[in-house]
Design a protein around this ligand. Structure first.
Ligand code: NDP
Ligand SMILES: O=C1OC[C@@H](O)[C@H](O)[C@H]1O
Length: 402
């Protein structure tokens, strides 16, 4: 049975996570994720893709014709010169993020950069600083955070910020994994997945999700220990899979937006508590779920945990191993419309859920905010550092090294 969606974290006064002020989008790239983002926007009547761009004018025109987009361009620069575009969705390869992100901001556009936000912490900080200087909205496309199942999980852990406390007690551990067999969609070794110079590798492409799942439930805190292991492909030099364990310091688990007066500053964690285990890769098929373990129970963000519709809560009763029953919160995605089906459907699982992210971006821009509370700039930066450290520990060469 469907549950009533929780209010979105960026605006707790709303009951509808799809509340979306008008926003005019432009697209950088006309590939797979841009197809999915464009399809999802069709569920939001006031969000409009007004222009798209690709390196090849004919491909951009074909994409525009398919999706009834008014304008198409054969270069990204032309799109950025279009005054009708308010916010740019950057869905080309992440190896170009610093260059493209910089161009978007210099053209005075708000910008949503697909994950990973950039390929190293320095480029990440550069773009965050530039957005601040230009007074523009910028965000990493960590779309997971906007699904009602994740908004609900956040509330179950931290409380609703309006007096209702979290129910899990102290979070002591997070176990999260995402592994899929990429050979279904990306050929070895020709796909960019296996091209080190084009940002290939599982730590860039898959790890951002389990890393962000772990940091969410420690209130965005930085881990104090990180140990990563994994496999690097000899032939291509990209990392195929990895496993990361982290410990988090004993600090408040309350994110600042839910605790503006810092009342929970002294919330103590158990001594030695605060661990996360992340497994990621594009070799095998995992269940793909995130389990948050607290002193009073657990919750499971069910598969596919990076774009979930269900969260299951199990609270402890008296006695070890006993529980007081389970509650399933279910927030189904809308059915694919005829229009979506006839224009190629979606490439990736649950991509209709991009609508939640796009609606939150529109709300924040309309409210004059420069970042979303669901995934702050500080978290984007600390997750870029996690990616960097994991790649180093796995022994992956940096992109710019031969
Ligand atoms: N949030 C999410 O769920 C998802 C996010 N992503 C992220 O989106 C990005 C794109 O992924 P995806 O759409 O799957 O990738 P695609 O293979 O579809 O490529 C995307 C675009 O990148 C450009 N591109 C592709 N190959 C090259 C190349 N060799 N040199 C220069 N540019 C190239 C093309 O732009 P053009 O059209 O201009 O030619 C292409 O359309 C990645 O950063 C990925 O991490 C990906 C999937 C899902
Ligand atoms: O971000 C992503 O990258 C890899 C895809 O297969 C996955 O579905 C997607 O969300």
């Amino acid at each position: 049975m469907a549950s009533t969606p929780p209010p979105p974290f960026d605006d707790p006064s709303l009951s509808d996570p799809l509340e979306c002020p008008p926003l005019r989008w432009g697209l950088i790239g006309c590939g797979r994720v841009c197809q999915d983002f464009t399809q999802a926007l069709k569920h939001l009547p006031s969000a409009q893709v007004v222009a798209c761009s690709a390196r090849d004018a004919a491909r951009a025109a074909e994409f525009a014709q398919k999706h009834k987009i008014k304008k198409s361009y054969g270069s990204y620069d032309e799109l950025l010169a279009d005054e009708e575009v308010q916010c740019v969705y950057v869905g080309n390869l992440h190896v170009f993020r610093r260059e493209i992100g910089e161009k978007c901001l210099q053209a005075n556009k708000h910008v949503l950069l697909e994950k990973p936000f950039a390929c190293n912490p320095e480029d990440t900080q550069y773009l965050l600083d530039l957005a601040k200087e230009k007074n523009l909205f910028i965000m990493e496309g960590m779309w997971t955070r906007f699904f009602p199942a994740v908004e609900q999980a956040r509330r179950l852990v931290f409380g609703d910020g309006k007096g209702e406390a979290g129910v899990l007690g102290e979070v002591v551990s997070v176990i999260t994994e995402f592994n899929f067999n990429a050979s279904d969609s990306d050929d070895y070794p020709t796909s960019f997945f296996y091209n080190r110079k084009l940002g290939g590798g599982a730590t860039y492409l898959v790890a951002p999700y389990p890393f962000a799942a772990a940091t969410l439930f420690f209130g965005g805190a930085q881990p104090d220990t990180i140990k990563a292991v994994g496999q690097v492909d000899e032939k291509t030099g990209v990392d195929l899979q990895g496993a990361l364990i982290m410990t988090f310091p004993p600090t408040s688990t309350m994110p600042p937006a839910l605790d503006p007066e810092n009342k929970n500053e002294n919330t103590a964690k158990l001594p030695g508590a605060g661990t996360a285990m992340c497994s990621y890769g594009f070799l095998g098929e995992s269940e793909e779920q995130t389990t948050v373990i607290g002193t009073k129970g657990r919750l499971v963000i069910e598969t596919p945990a990076h774009c979930p519709t269900k969260v299951r809560l199990t609270l402890k009763a008296a006695g070890r191993g006993q529980h007081a029953g389970e509650t399933l919160f279910d927030y189904p995605l809308p059915e694919e419309t005829e229009e979506i089906k006839s224009t190629g459907g979606f490439v990736y699982p649950n991509s209709a859920g991009f609508m939640y992210e796009a609606a939150a971006v529109a709300r924040c821009i309309a409210a004059g905010k420069k970042e979303v509370p669901q995934f702050t700039h500080a978290e984007t930066y600390s997750n870029a550092k996690l990616i960097d450290e994991s790649r180093k520990q796995l022994g992956v060469k940096p992109i710019d090294q031969d």
